[in-house]
Design a protein around this ligand. Structure first.
Ligand SMILES: NC(=O)c1ccc[n+]([C@@H]2O[C@H](COP(=O)([O-])OP(=O)(O)OC[C@H]3O[C@@H](n4cnc5c(N)ncnc54)[C@H](O)[C@@H]3O)[C@@H](O)[C@H]2O)c1
Length: 311
């Protein structure tokens, strides 16, 4: 028997991007009418899953946003400028989309009487902390991007309470998988695979011993679906695996898979990047029953094949 959905119509902001398009795919599979708003500054129309309606537009553009929001009862807010390094270079543009964009989304939600928001936050809200990083760990963002994400979280909670809608904040850790947009700034795995496929060495910032919590995009989408389905009115959850993998290990793994003759290069550590970051996943497991299904070792080869053929 087909499951009855609590929500009938979803809006995914940034749904033509990497993570948003996977969330939209899951919503369509669940039989939920899905609208996407994306200005295609990073995303691609070809990422939009069949059955979803794409509205090309900026979340800062009120009439377009209101049109996209009409009739939605849940919002997955994933549109953002996603680059720690660029957020230093142009902190105004970062804040405009990542802070004011969220404010615009919240205002439109209140006007349209939407019932729930699932906000895509980031491990960048934490800064330096002992591992594993818990939701209660010190919030001390070390980049404008992290500051914007934290400010948005706070806006989400305040406006959700004031306007009587539910709010779940998901702090994604390093997400990898198919359809990640290639830029020099985001997604170390995607960047390394692309360089190696071009016969270029991966560039490791710092010693490479820094560990990251790499989570597959399908698991991030699953966490979003659980956050929608469970009766959680307010909550903040890390979305990670709890497993730390060093950047050196990623480079070695990929070199072994793609081109054994290449040696990695080293460059100085970039501002705003935390030393180590691994999520505590206790809360996510307890509250949402979430267990990541995809192991890095199993999925990385699939990703290499995807990038090799995605031309
Ligand atoms: N990728 C990660 O590892 C990671 C980690 C933590 C948090 N996040 C968060 O997850 C969300 C999705 O990130 P992603 O990796 O899929 O990035 P992405 O760049 O692929 O997706 C973001 C999408 O938002 C769109 N967009 C940007 N500005 C917009 C605007 N003003 N109006 C409308 N659309 C706009 C872009 O075109 C893009 O399609 C972001 O909020 C990001 O901060 C990502």
């Amino acid at each position: 028997m087909k499951k009855r959905n609590k929500y009938k119509k979803a809006l995914v902001t940034g749904g033509a991007g990497f993570i948003g398009s996977h969330i939209a795919g899951r919503l369509i599979e669940a039989g939920i009418e899905t609208v996407i708003i994306d200005d295609l500054s990073m995303g691609k129309a070809s990422n939009v899953p069949k059955g979803a309606k794409l509205i090309i537009g900026n979340i800062l553009d009120r009439p377009v946003l209101l049109k996209a929001m009409r009739g939605a009862d849940i919002v997955f807010h994933d549109a953002a400028k996603v680059s720690i390094r660029n957020s230093f270079r142009d902190f105004y543009a970062d804040a405009q989309t990542n802070c004011m964009g969220t404010v615009c989304v919240l205002r439109a939600m209140a006007e349209e009487k939407v019932k729930k928001i699932i906000y895509a936050s980031s491990m960048a809200v934490y800064g330096k902390n002992p591992l594993p990083i818990r939701e209660s760990s010190k919030l001390e963002p070390i980049s404008p991007y992290g500051v914007g994400k934290l400010a948005s979280e706070r806006y989400c909670f305040l406006m959700a309470k004031a306007n009587h809608f539910d709010c779940v904040v998901l702090r994604y850790f390093n997400t990898y998988g198919p359809r990640q947009t290639l830029t020099p700034y985001v997604g170390v795995i995607t960047i390394f695979v692309n360089r190696l496929l071009q016969g270029k060495p991966p560039v490791i910032f710092g010693s490479g011993r820094q560990v990251r919590d790499f989570i597959h995009v399908a698991d991030v989408a699953e966490a979003n679906i659980l956050a929608m389905e469970k009766n959680i009115n307010f909550g903040i959850f890390n979305v990670g695996t709890g497993i730390g993998t060093s950047v050196n290990k990623i480079a070695t793994l990929l070199i072994g898979m793609i081109n054994k003759k290449i040696k990695p290069q080293h460059a100085s550590l970039r501002a705003g990047e935390p030393d180590d970051s691994v999520a505590s996943t206790v809360l996510l497991r307890k509250a949402l029953g979430f267990v990541p299904h995809n192991k890095l070792e199993d999925k990385i080869e699939e990703l290499v094949d995807f990038i090799r053929t995605d031309k």
